[in-house]
Design a protein around this ligand. Structure first.
Ligand SMILES: [Zn+2]
Length: 303
């Protein structure tokens, strides 16, 4: 567990000393990093080897890795930006009454706790107030301010700030903060070919529509996230004049020479515009083409 070592140790020693808080609220701006943290943390509660670190080999560790452990209840909203349905909370409450069969703990993980409706939170509240000894609640939230105070008061808050070091070099390293296989992690792995495409466009060797078509293998949200990082990174490189280490270094250096800061700010504005509209069924091909035409060096390709 190289990231969030402090939080990891805090919870680990609480488990070893059998004083685990019954409700924890993990708060951090990157929910994916938090869920990843919880995935890696869960074996501490269940590993049969009872060693300092989870063994990854016992039946419990393996069931956890396959996400089929019977004593882990994981609730997440059905869609991005939605909140957890009250019916799911009610179903959960009914299912956690009985004593766990396999181990002394049951983990109940609830994502997007800061977007829970008042009704859902109230339904959950009784379980948080009088938790059965074996039930450990782990709530995940992006911001503290929108967690209902009644819920908040029942939880031990564990804050997660962004780790400082990795990204001081290259913002694309943020991809490593996301779970393996997530869209963010996958798109950062493709950083070099994607940026080579952008370079080809700027050097008039590629057409915006062809490039937009290639990028359609990723969701629009992932592409916008990725380019937000790329353009922010390029602005940093314009200011610091430093050559950074990390993914796609040579492509970034080339792009810094090809794109001026004013154009980059305009791209960031466009990305923000599309991000705001992302849940309104925007046409992703048109959005990508719009972004790409806007960086074209001259009118040659325009219709
Ligand atoms: Zn194990």
């Amino acid at each position: 567990m190289k990231n969030h070592l402090r939080q990891w140790k805090q919870i680990q020693s609480a488990i070893l000393e059998q004083r685990v808080p019954q409700s924890m609220l993990l708060v951090g701006s990157l929910p994916c990093a938090l869920t990843d943290f919880v995935v890696q943390l869960a074996p501490l509660f269940f590993c049969k080897q009872q060693t300092h670190e989870p063994c990854s080999d016992c039946i419990d560790c393996r069931m956890l890795a396959e996400r089929i452990h019977p004593e882990v209840k994981w609730l997440k909203p059905e869609k991005n930006n939605a909140s957890i349905a009250i019916d799911s909370i009610r179903e959960l409450i009914n299912s956690i009454d009985i004593t766990p069969q396999r181990s002394s703990y049951r983990l109940i993980i609830i994502e997007a706790a800061d977007r829970m409706s008042t009704a859902s939170a109230n339904a959950l509240l009784k379980s948080l107030e009088e938790p059965a000894k074996h039930n450990i609640f782990i709530l995940i939230a992006q911001q503290l301010s929108t967690v209902l105070p009644t819920v908040l008061s029942r939880c031990q808050v564990i804050p997660f700030s962004l780790p400082e070091e990795p990204y001081s070099n290259n913002l694309l390293l943020l991809g490593e903060q996301y779970p393996i296989g997530s869209e963010q992690s996958l798109i950062v792995q493709q950083a070099e070919p994607i940026l080579n495409g952008l370079i080809a466009l700027l050097e008039k060797r590629e057409h915006p529509c062809i490039l937009a078509l290639k990028w359609k293998q990723f969701s629009l949200e992932a592409v916008l996230w990725f380019f937000y990082l790329v353009y922010s990174q390029l602005q940093l490189m314009h200011i610091n004049k430093e050559v950074t280490l990390g993914p796609a270094t040579s492509q970034l250096v080339r792009l810094r020479a090809l794109l001026n800061p004013i154009l980059i700010f305009k791209q960031i504005d466009k990305i923000n515009f599309f991000l705001k509209k992302i849940h309104q069924n925007i046409n992703s091909t048109l959005a990508l083409e719009d972004l790409l035409f806007a960086v074209m060096p001259d009118e040659e390709f325009r219709f």
